[in-house]
Ligand binder design. Structure first.
Ligand SMILES: *Cc1c(COP(=O)(O)O)cnc(C)c1O
Length: 396
């Protein structure tokens, strides 16, 4: 990218989401755990906001997520591993806005990222940091897209990747990992079962574990969606964002971006309400939000067409719920039939072939409008996280 010599990250350290204990960002870090109190928590990258960064700097930056370099954790721009991720379109859904009588309906289309999903953002930053820290071998449990994206960036960075994926995942998710040269291991079960195998394998082989929120930097990549939404809306945020929630990295990332932009003086005013959308086959966050269980640790899930949502026990559950509350948002689930209908609606009415995770946003929005949790005169943003093309064999 141009002028890389002049770029300086404002990252200062990592901080535990619960205890606020500080961790050195110049060393390899994972997550924080307190065995006595029985919790584990993600680490959040922290930045210096006293030294002002004028948002005018963005004017001559390239159209990728690296345009926000000051608020990313990579120290030396020479370590950036990029396939052109980020700066995805923010589209106006005029046909559906008219149909539903909504004032302004937007869709951020993450399907245009490398490997067809927003997982590219997270893995671009995670792999760049692995390169910077000298990590040569890594492993990831995945519902599909995270593995493919890690395999692609690993190929580019000459880092060995092992992907552990549910056997039930559509063939293309497996095939892309093999093409990118990753080792692929298939497991009977869901992502939590993959996670168990990863825990064993990393203990044995010393691979670096890139699991959702157990690695601090995928979050930093995903938060750039929040920066882009603000920039693309001329630094005014929408009233509500519907987000298909699996491990919650995107949701936590959006909120982190809003807080950081506020601290940097880039935005003022109210933050959007964040809505976590899940499938009835796997709705641990909806259950926690509604008080149907104490937490998701023993939640029994079924597979979903929207495999990115099939995350039975998200590692960062506590942080997801805190943000839903703080943003005044809520959690909502839709059926498998409803999310498939959502994919069809976005295809037919707006020319967008979205992932089933993105399709779920349409019935969720419909229900929220009917229940008056969201009003038609608000600006509503749907965050489509992936491309429908990878799921075609399951979309009957
Ligand atoms: C991973 C994934 C999700 C869920 O993302 P989280 O950040 O883990 O909540 C949603 N949609 C798609 C297409 C995904 O690949």
């Amino acid at each position: 990218m141009e002028n890389t010599m002049t770029l300086t990250s404002h990252v200062t350290h990592l901080e535990c989401a619960i205890s606020k204990k500080k961790f050195d960002n110049r060393q390899v870090q994972t997550f924080c755990s307190n065995e006595a109190e029985g919790w584990k928590a993600p680490l959040f990258a922290k930045y210096d906001f006293l030294n002002y960064v004028d948002k005018e700097v963005l004017l001559d930056r390239e159209a990728s997520l690296w345009r926000y370099f000051e608020f990313l954790p990579v120290l030396d721009p020479a370590n950036i591993v990029t396939l052109g991720e980020g700066m995805t379109p923010l589209l106006h859904l005029e046909n559906l806005a008219k149909e539903f009588g909504i004032n302004k309906l937007l869709l951020k289309d993450e399907s245009l990222n490398p490997t067809g999903s927003f997982k590219a953002r997270g893995q671009a930053v995670a792999v760049s940091k692995m390169k910077e820290l000298g990590i040569k071998q890594c492993i990831v449990p995945t519902a599909g897209n995270a593995g493919g994206a890690l395999a692609a960036y690993g190929a580019k960075a000459n880092i060995e990747v092992t992907v552990v994926m549910p056997r039930l995942t559509p063939e293309i998710f497996k095939q892309e990992c093999r093409y990118f040269g990753a080792e692929l291991i298939l497991v009977d079960g869901l992502i939590n079962d993959c996670g168990k195998l990863v825990a064993e394998m990393k203990a044995e082989n010393g691979y670096f574990d890139v699991s959702t929120m157990k690695e601090p930097y995928r979050l930093e990549g995903k938060k750039t969606m929040g920066f882009e939404i603000a920039e693309q809306m001329n630094w005014e945020l929408p009233d509500v964002i519907f987000y298909p929630t699996g491990g919650g990295t995107g949701l936590i990332g959006l909120w982190k971006a809003f807080e950081e932009m506020k601290q940097a003086g880039w935005i003022t005013g109210k933050f959007p309400r964040l809505v976590a959308v899940q499938t009835e086959n796997c709705q641990p966050i909806v259950w926690s939000y509604e008080g149907k269980h104490k937490n998701a640790s023993a939640y029994q899930a079924k597979p979903s067409m929207a495999n990115g949502l099939a995350v039975p026990s998200p590692f960062a559950e506590r942080q997801i719920l805190e943000i839903l509350k703080e943003s005044n948002g809520f959690a909502i689930s839709v059926s498998e039939q409803e999310l498939l209908d959502g994919v069809k609606t976005l295809s037919k009415r707006e020319g967008l072939f979205v992932a089933p995770e993105g399709g779920a946003l349409i019935p969720a929005m419909k229900k929220a409008l009917e229940n008056k949790w969201v009003s038609r005169d608000e600006t509503i943003l749907l965050l489509n996280t992936g491309s429908g093309y990878k799921y075609a064999e399951n979309l009957l």
